[in-house]
Design a binder for this molecule. Sequence first.
Ligand SMILES: *[C@@H]1O[C@H](CO)[C@@H](O)[C@H](O)[C@H]1NC(C)=O
Length: 183
Amino acid sequence: MAVSSSSSLLLLFVLFAFAAAAPKDYILGGKPDAWKVPSSESDSLNKWAESVRFHIADHLLFTYEAGKDSVLQVSKEDYVSCNISNPIKKYNDGKTKVRFDRSGPYYYISGEKGHCEKGEKVTVVVISQRSPSVAPVSPASAPSPGGGVEGPAVAPSPTSSADVLQGGGVLMAMGVVASMWVF
Ligand SMILES: *[C@@H]1O[C@H](CO)[C@@H](O)[C@H](O)[C@H]1NC(C)=O
């Protein structure tokens, strides 16, 4: 009796852990059509983005009227100065779904003239792989494998792949433990 109930509890825990580790889809601003010039400072998309913990492999959906607006992923410099002339990526389909493949900041501005200056811009900071038992590690506090890697633009990649391996190892270990209990 005791064994079967504790093993099903463990199985439940493993299922929850997998659910917690699954990538999540977010809609920008938490509501449809939020990609527009904000009506007030308190309506700013950055306020919303700061309240969300984005992880690698999560998706973010921008919705807006196709053809009337666009989403540009830009460098930090172009984000700050609202320079729309050299985007890293450009989307204008009205339902833009982006996937975060690395940790670190992502900068988005509107491609419509004047919109970015009026606040239609958002910074998304992706922390790490979603992982059930390992607390989220920020790129700044994680040890860099080489020790000599300098500069935030380079550091996140080795860190994030290490996190992926760690997360996978933890999940595998839990799976093995769970199957030993169940079978
Ligand atoms: C935008 O960036 C491009 C390339 O970096 C530069 O040539 C241009 O002067 C910039 N425009 C503004 C308005 O800053």
